[in-house]
Design a protein around this ligand. Structure first.
Ligand SMILES: Nc1ncnc2c1ncn2[C@@H]1O[C@H](COP(=O)(O)OP(=O)(O)OP(=O)(O)O)[C@@H](O)[C@H]1O
Length: 332
């Protein structure tokens, strides 16, 4: 497909996300008139190709962002790897909060959608490994979908060479302490996302970072309904084997019952489209998200440091280099 790059709409650690429109009339009808294109230079090219493979393996699911294909372009003398995606006109849920939480009815509905997406991902033998508000995209009709499969793990593949991945404040105890990344870790991260959606604040504060290694659990918001509190307690079970699965949580009354408007607050699904350029990774504490590239062989695999050292290494300052023009340019 030939396409034209538009304005930049988001940034990731190794990628820039822009608008894209098909430039060839012959494709009209086959592709939407507006798409998002996630682009990386050669450094992130393998991650783009890997994400495409994962999205292909997952197949169609209404709660997972759709992929329209991948290609390579040369722009301003640089070779770029591109992934064409369904465009979420309202950006990520992270960009919706602005320090305030969402009404509980909205949180319930979004949580149900993410759970359906997770159930699909897990049923296909994958774990997402980076569930956070920055990776949950909001569409114009109020639907939410899971995006960013760059760190997803094929649970059927060997665990050799799996390194720390994900976003520190969303990481499950077994991931921080034992480098375990299964479906259960996604459920813990979902719990963190629910706290943040409702309260506008992350489930842990950075000062509480050391609590990852303790027996403590993230704080459950007082104002949340009893059903919500119970739902979160099922997500924040420290033992991953005893934690509820996405399938089980879909039957929990917090999401199984349609509580639209129950909390008396206006549901803001039809708000205006946000036009701000959002930044991902986005972390309320001001430090960039940490991401690793899995080593291919056992020989490269380094033994793990203590959990405290590992956690400290996760919150290092890394400033990405964004060199893609924000102007519309024809790329092919
Ligand atoms: N399909 C899309 N529609 C609209 N905005 C998008 C889309 N995909 C990504 N974005 C925006 O771009 C941001 C970065 O995208 P994404 O998380 O996929 O990149 P990444 O390089 O994998 O990021 P990270 O460093 O968090 O892993 C998102 O947080 C979101 O704001």
């Amino acid at each position: 497909m030939e396409w034209v790059r538009g304005e930049t709409i988001g940034h990731g650690t190794f990628s820039t996300v822009s608008l894209a429109t098909p430039s060839n009339i012959k494709h009209s009808g086959e592709f939407p008139s507006l798409m998002a294109v996630k682009s990386s230079n050669s450094y992130g090219g393998a991650a783009i190709a890997y994400e495409k493979t994962v999205l292909d393996s997952l197949g169609d699911c209404p709660e997972i962002v759709r992929c329209y294909g991948e290609d390579q372009t040369v722009e301003n003398g640089e070779k770029l790897h591109n992934l064409l995606l369904e465009y979420a006109s309202r950006g990520s849920l992270a960009s919706q909060l602005n320090g305030e939480g969402l009404p509980e009815s909205t949180v319930r509905r979004h949580t149900g959608s993410v759970l359906r997406g997770l159930r699909h991902i897990h049923s296909k033998g994958f774990a997402h490994c980076d569930i956070k508000l920055g990776n949950i995209l909001l569409f114009g009709d109020g639907a939410v979908k899971i995006a960013d499969f760059g760190l997803a793990r094929d649970l059927t593949a060997s665990k050799d060479g799996v390194e720390i991945r994900g976003t520190p404040l969303y990481m499950a105890p077994e991931s921080v302490n034992d480098n375990e990344y299964g479906a259960a870790a996604d459920v813990w991260a979902l719990g963190c996302a629910v706290v943040e959606m409702f309260s506008g604040e992350t489930a842990w504060s950075v000062d509480e970072g050391s609590h990852f290694m303790s027996e403590e659990l993230p704080k459950i918001p007082e104002e949340l309904s009893e059903e919500g509190k119970d739902f979160l307690r099922k997500c924040f079970v420290r033992n991953p084997e005893k934690r509820w699965t996405a399938e089980m949580l879909l039957n929990h009354p917090f999401v199984a019952v349609d509580c639209e408007g129950k909390d008396g607050q206006r549901d803001e699904i039809f708000m205006d489209v946000k036009e701000d350029v959002t930044t991902s990774p986005r972390c309320p504490f001001g430090f960039p998200d940490w991401e690793s590239v899995s080593s291919e062989s056992e020989a490269q695999y380094q033994p793990l440091d203590s959990p405290v050292v590992r956690f400290e290494s996760l919150v290092s300052e890394t400033v990405p280099d964004w060199s893609i023009s924000e102007d519309w340019i024809t790329v092919r």
